[in-house]
Design a protein around this ligand. Structure first.
Ligand SMILES: Cc1cc2nc3c(=O)[nH]c(=O)nc-3n(C[C@H](O)[C@H](O)[C@H](O)COP(=O)(O)OP(=O)(O)OC[C@H]3O[C@@H](n4cnc5c(N)ncnc54)[C@H](O)[C@@H]3O)c2cc1C
Length: 292
């Protein structure tokens, strides 16, 4: 492990001041489940590690006045999946945080860290994107917001400038008759990273037809991919297995995966079809049950 100084500020402003210090090469530590590995393996360098787990704002997990969700960037996965309201209104997020590592990882790892780490296989990012979640960012020149779908700019890269900190992820309210689901494929029945993943969101109208759909694929391109052609094919249609199969075929066309030891291009594309079909079926079932 390389030598570094450590700071644990209790306010966002102090964290930003430390991160922006030109005399330091500072990195953020939330749960540490990615960054400590990177520092130990010298794939990242730092002279200062800024632990953000003690900042109250970043630990907030609450429904907003508008009926959405405020998810502080330092909230661990285990706190998220224990919340019944989140499981009910943002079920795809719950699907994802339940499968990030094992329980030891889940009690430290954050969705904020999962997003900032910007792995193509990160499990929380497709669910954040289907809910149209927004990233709240604090930096030396104030605050800004941006759609989570635009936050990752490449493999391991995000849009944060020097001194900027992800404060929270804010979800808009989910309407009645909406539902969502997230699934990934991993080769072993234990901790591993996604070979392909899919998150689907649907809203149904009064007659049970699909009014709105969002499908986002993970692990099949440098950043998440929106399967817009598949979404379009669903609009105005009554849900059926045949429709989900068609949407799955269209979703495959949106993927541009790589070949590696985990799977070939063809295999990953096939998985996109299967996962889209399955998550759509679950999302529709959840939407039909969501009458509140
Ligand atoms: C055994 C094991 C199993 C794993 N399994 C999975 C899995 O199944 N699925 C999966 O997706 N991931 C998995 N991971 C990866 C990791 O646990 C997740 O990416 C986790 O969500 C990262 O969160 P963290 O809080 O630990 O991030 P950290 O390690 O603290 O930070 C990650 C990166 O984001 C930056 N960062 C963190 N918070 C902020 C912030 N608020 N503002 C700006 N930058 C920030 C850090 O500087 C760092 O670059 C696994 C890791 C391990 C070790």
């Amino acid at each position: 492990m390389q030598d570094f100084d450590y700071a644990a500020p209790i306010s966002t402003n102090e964290a930003v001041r430390l991160l922006a210090d030109p005399a330091q090469k500072a990195v953020v530590l939330a749960g540490g489940t990615d960054i400590l590995v990177l520092l130990r393996e010298r794939r990242r360098r730092a002279t200062l590690v800024v632990d953000v787990k003690k900042i109250a704002e970043l630990n907030e997990l609450a429904m907003t006045a508008e009926g959405g969700l405020f998810l502080g960037a330092a909230v661990p996965c285990s706190r998220i999946y224990r919340e019944a309201t989140i499981a009910e209104k943002y079920s795809a997020l719950t699907d994802a945080v339940k499968i990030i590592g094992g329980w030891q990882i889940q009690s430290r790892a954050t969705v904020g860290g999962n997003l900032c780490n910007a792995s193509p296989a990160a499990d929380s990012i497709p669910p954040l994107a289907i809910y149209d979640a927004v990233a709240e960012i604090a930096g030396p020149s104030g605050r800004r917001q941006m759609p989570v779908a635009e936050f990752c700019s490449g493999v391991g890269k995000n849009v944060l400038a020097r001194g900027e900190l992800l404060v929270a992820i804010i979800f808009p309210p989910t309407p009645v008759h909406s539902g969502a689901a997230y699934q990934r494929f991993i080769p072993r029945n234990e901790m591993d990273i996604a070979v392909a993943s899919a998150a689907s969101y649907v809203e149904l109208d009064d007659k049970g037809a699909i009014r709105k759909a969002r499908i986002v694929l993970g692990a099949v391109a440098p950043t998440t991919v929106r399967a817009t052609k598949a979404e379009e094919a669903l609009i105005g249609q009554q849900p059926s297995d045949a429709l989900f199969i068609k949407a799955g075929e269209l979703a495959q066309l949106a993927a541009s995966p790589i070949d590696d030891m985990r799977g070939t291009v063809e295999y990953r594309k096939h998985l996109c079809g299967v996962l889209t079909r399955r998550t759509l079926a679950i999302a529709v079932e959840r939407a039909a049950a969501n009458k509140k």
